[in-house]
Design a protein around this ligand. Structure first.
Ligand code: CUA
Length: 160
């Protein structure tokens, strides 16, 4: 079979870009650990404030688990409960969040934490906080008139 010179260039380019894209996706998924947030568990969103762990939103130290802290967040139009989170540097943290009303986002700026919070579903993400400072948490799903004001803060502090 005979290929024209330009056809060979295009074939090489096409196969080459396919390999590059697959490599990028592979590195993102397996090395950087970015994948779609799991929302396997369901919850009655109308009674969510009476159901554990959302009856006690906040930062909780846990033991006997694969992570050190559980950060429980309840989102509603247009704020997060609690409004400020504080965890020690180096801790392995599991974020557990859901929404009381409509779809909200939970993105911690400058990290790879980014979840969609849907009423009736529990979103979870485990990560190790290895950068000190204050990180803005923003809602990145349009949820109504107060959407642009919907935010909270994650403080990563020196362990006591
Ligand atoms: Cu909540 Cu946008």
């Amino acid at each position: 079979m005979h290929f024209h010179k330009y056809e060979k260039y295009w074939l090489t380019f096409g196969v080459g870009s396919l390999i590059v894209f697959l490599l990028i996706t592979g590195i993102m998924a397996f090395h950087n650990g970015s994948h779609p947030p799991s929302a396997k568990n369901t919850i009655n969103h109308e009674k969510v404030e009476q159901i554990a762990p959302f009856d006690k939103p906040g930062v909780h130290k846990v033991s006997g688990k694969d992570w050190d802290y559980e950060v429980v967040v309840l989102a509603s139009a247009f704020f997060y409960n609690p409004p400020v989170l504080e965890v020690p540097l180096g801790a392995k943290v599991k974020f557990i969040a859901t929404s009381k009303d409509v779809v909200h986002g939970f993105e911690i700026a400058k990290t790879n934490v980014n979840m969609m919070l849907e009423p009736g579903y529990i979103s979870e993400f485990v990560t190790t906080v290895n950068k000190k400072g204050e990180f803005l948490i923003v809602c990145n799903e349009y949820c109504g008139v107060g959407h642009a004001q919907m935010h909270s803060i994650l403080k990563v502090v020196e362990p006591k």
